[in-house]
Structure formats: C-alpha cells, structure tokens
Design a protein around this ligand. Structure first.
Ligand SMILES: CC(C)(COP(=O)(O)OP(=O)(O)OC[C@H]1O[C@@H](n2cnc3c(N)ncnc32)[C@H](O)[C@@H]1OP(=O)(O)O)[C@@H](O)C(=O)NCCC(=O)NCCS
Length: 189
C-alpha cells in the first residue's frame, strides 16, 4: 500500500504539493501556454477537459495503488507549474514510469523545473518500486532536453518522425532515462 504524500519540500521557497480543484484555472494555463504547445504532443482545448484531467490526478491520491503521482509546483506560495509521474503501478511494468512537467511562463528559466523534476524522481525511486524513469522530448525542446541532462537523465536514442504534435507537426523525439541503480544524479544543479 503506497499513499502519495501531501507535499515534498525542496527549499524555503519551493515545494511540490498535491493538486486541488482550486488549481483548475492555473492547471489549464500551464497546459496551454505557448511553450506548452511546443512541448506537448496534444494540448487541452477546453476548461472542462482540464477539469477532467485534474480530477483524475486528484482521484489517484486516495488510491492504495496509484497509477499517477501528480503535484503542483509551488514557488513562494504561488502555483508555478505541474510535475507528474505517470504509469506507476502498471502491471508487469511497475519498475517504469514516465515523467512530465510544465511551468507557467513567468516561472521559467529560474532553475525551478530542474529542482522540481529532481525532487519528484528522488521521491519516485524512494516510494514506488521504480528502477527506471523515462522522458520523451521533442528534439527542438531545448529547455526540456537541457533540464533532463542537468538532472542526470541519459540520452538513450532518438526516434525519427515519431510523434505528430498538434502544434508542430511531425517531430523527432529524444528518449531519456534515469535509472535508480546508476548514480546518475549530478551534484551541482
Ligand atoms: C521545460 C521547462 C519545464 C524547463 O523548466 P525551467 O525551470 O524553465 O528550466 P530551468 O530553469 O531549470 O533550466 C534548465 C536548462 O534549460 C535552459 N533553458 C531554459 N529555458 C530555455 C529556453 N527557452 N531556451 C533555451 N534554454 C533554456 C536553462 O538555461 C538551463 O540550462 P543551463 O543551466 O545550461 O543554463 C519549461 O521550459 C516549460 O515548462 N516548458 C513548457 C512545457 C514543456 O515543454 N514541458 C516538457 C515536455 S517534455
């Protein structure tokens, strides 16, 4: 039985905390910003779609065997973004999860994404039977590629024309992974 903890403190100003229904407007914004349009394959188109997704994440908090572990990234008491481990607890694939993340534009380029992703990976490895966390990123998403490398993810390969992004069309995608057994983590992020 594994319950998702309420919050993960990173430092005095930064933490991950459970999402709540009141986050709806920000959850919608963070998934539909211009940067998100370049970063995600499919983009939410309605507030109702966002509400549904948010409810699904919140519902997982009361599960003894969650499939998803999603957090709000909170900076100085404000909603700054989201970070999610997806696919935890998949039968026969309990050892693998995918990570996704997005920030509101005003919080980008301050190191917040790197710290949040690292914290969520630490928590994921400590809490769930994971040995591998994966991320798939469009090759042109420089910020996300850099973030993963800073955390210690290893580039395993590139899939050509692998995804048809709603706003970019066909893109090549880099496949990254971080293994629990490897001491991949970089010291100075
Ligand atoms: C990807 C994302 C979370 C990065 O978060 P962030 O907090 O801005 O990133 P950080 O400040 O931790 O920076 C990580 C690295 O990327 C670089 N970087 C950040 N934004 C950049 C940009 N727009 N262009 C080029 N490099 C950028 C930083 O300089 C840093 O590298 P450095 O230490 O060598 O200087 C953020 O850009 C975002 O929310 N994008 C939209 C959603 C998205 O693409 N999600 C990922 C889908 S796979």
């Amino acid at each position: 039985m594994t319950k998702i903890v309420d919050e993960l403190i990173i430092d005095n100003h930064l933490k991950l905390r459970k999402l709540k229904n009141d986050d709806l407007e920000n959850y919608f914004k963070v998934n539909t910003s211009d940067s998100a349009k370049k970063g995600f394959m499919a983009i939410l188109s309605t507030l109702n779609g966002a509400r549904e997704e948010l409810s699904e994440i919140i519902a997982e908090y009361s599960s003894n065997e969650p499939n998803e572990c999603g957090y709000a990234i909170e900076y100085r008491g404000e909603f700054a973004g989201v970070a999610t481990l997806e696919g935890i607890g998949r039968k026969r694939f309990e050892h693998v999860a995918n990570i996704a993340y997005s920030l509101l534009p005003k919080y980008m380029c301050k190191g917040i994404g790197t710290l949040a992703v690292r914290k969520l990976c630490d928590y994921g490895f400590e809490t769930f039977p994971l040995t591998r966390i994966e991320a798939t990123v469009a090759t042109q998403n420089i910020a996300s590629n850099k973030l993963l490398e800073k955390v210690g993810f290893v580039l395993e390969g590139m899939k050509r024309n692998s995804c048809n992004y709603q706003y970019l069309g066909l893109v090549d995608e880099n496949i990254y992974a971080l293994l629990k057994k490897e001491d991949d983590y970089k010291e100075n992020i």
